[in-house]
Design a protein around this ligand. Structure first.
Ligand SMILES: *Cc1c(COP(=O)(O)O)cnc(C)c1O
Length: 361
């Protein structure tokens, strides 16, 4: 069997969730954290991750109703928030039937709720566009929308929320500006507040509120270019690994792989690893991207192919066919692979496919 696989450490996932909850003030402070498991839990398997967290998570967040229903079918009973809200008023009965919570981010959704009588109260998170300019109501319309929803008998809980565009940029003034916009637009409106994604939770204590929405950090990957005290406490959840399936002994001056992107400058031992960009490894990882070969630091050389990639074994005389290679995980931080590839930590994880996911913990 092809040796490529992604090991998923569910104990590390729980550790990271607990860290998120501590950071948001959840330990006795009354704050809560929705575990964001959209996009199949950033490539880690949403159902398995949600089951692993269900005893302690305050709830979950997903992008859409399809993702929420998969969790409900697996027996998850905790609250589930639809981060993109409903796409059509026709979804509202299904949202209620499955006890889902929904974001409302646009005026047409407020109107749809006014027009649609519902048999029981719906829990709504009303989103303000505080400066990211993706979705959310403008500050000028927010108060009116809040008051109209508050007046509806079939709207139950009403949480005020917004989302940061640049919280991963340490010290960036834009996050403080968004906070000020949020404070002004929601002043005097009762109810809970939710602002923080992972970078905000890890780097912006002033943004903490009643509910946090950590995603990336649950999977143990830092959103920051440089590690911080808090991001260093995260434990990687996914370890992507495979094995060496062929070895080449090459003299100086020989090209390796497509496009001859790497040319040996001395006699070189090359190992071919059974994993490639069709498995989610970044296609544009540069020569020198870190890997671990039999537990020791090594480097990628040559262009990544669809099913294979090549590593330098010259300084790994013991390694050969069958040696294990870690692409990222416990030994090679995913953030370092990101720094060597034209990608982000988010896309790196979401891109993982074809490899079997194997769970422990
Ligand atoms: C995806 C998402 C999150 C989680 O963001 P991370 O940076 O992965 O923690 C939080 N809130 C909203 C609205 C999202 O879309």
């Amino acid at each position: 069997m092809r040796p490529a696989r992604a090991l998923i450490d569910l104990e590390a996932l729980r550790h990271n969730y607990r860290l998120a909850r501590r950071l948001c003030g959840g330990d006795g402070g009354g704050a809560r954290a929705l575990a964001v498991v959209k996009a199949d839990a950033y490539g880690h398997g949403a159902v398995r991750c949600a089951l692993a967290l269900q005893d302690e998570a305050d709830g979950f967040a997903v992008a859409c109703i399809e993702e929420a229903l998969a969790l409900r079918e697996a027996g998850i009973r905790a609250p589930i928030l639809l981060l993109e809200g409903f796409f059509d008023a026709a979804e509202l009965p299904l949202i209620l039937q499955h006890d889902l919570w929904t974001v409302v981010h646009a005026g047409w959704q407020v109107e749809a709720l006014e027009r649609t009588p519902l048999p029981k109260p719906l829990h709504v998170w009303l989103k303000l566009d505080s400066g990211m300019h993706r979705v959310g109501l403008d500050a000028a319309d927010y108060r009116d929308a809040w008051q109209r929803l508050r007046a509806l008998p079939h709207v139950g809980g009403l949480v005020k929320m917004s989302h940061f565009a640049r919280a991963d940029e340490t010290g960036c003034a834009r996050t403080d500006e968004q906070l000020a916009t949020f404070a002004a637009a929601t002043a005097g409106l009762a109810g809970d507040t939710s602002l923080c994604n992972s970078p905000a939770l890890l780097g912006w204590p002033q943004a903490r509120a009643d509910w946090a929405r950590p995603g990336l950090m649950l999977y143990g990957v830092s959103p920051f270019a440089q590690p911080t005290d808090k991001s260093a406490q995260l434990r990687p959840v996914m370890t992507l690994e495979s094995k060496i399936i062929a070895v080449r002994e090459l003299p100086a001056g020989e090209p390796v792989g497509y496009g001859a992107r790497f040319v040996t400058d001395a006699p070189t031992r090359i190992g071919v690893v059974a994993i490639g960009y069709a498995d989610g490894y970044p296609q544009f990882a540069v020569n020198g991207t870190p890997v671990a070969i039999d537990g020791k630091p090594g480097r990628l050389v040559g262009r990544v192919s669809m099913d294979m990639l090549t590593v330098d074994l010259t300084d790994h005389p013991q390694a050969g066919i069958g040696s294990g290679v870690e692409l990222w995980g416990k030994q090679v931080p995913a953030a370092e692979v990101v720094a060597h590839s034209q990608t982000s930590a988010y896309r790196l994880l979401c891109a993982v496919k074809r490899v079997p996911l194997q769970y422990a913990g």
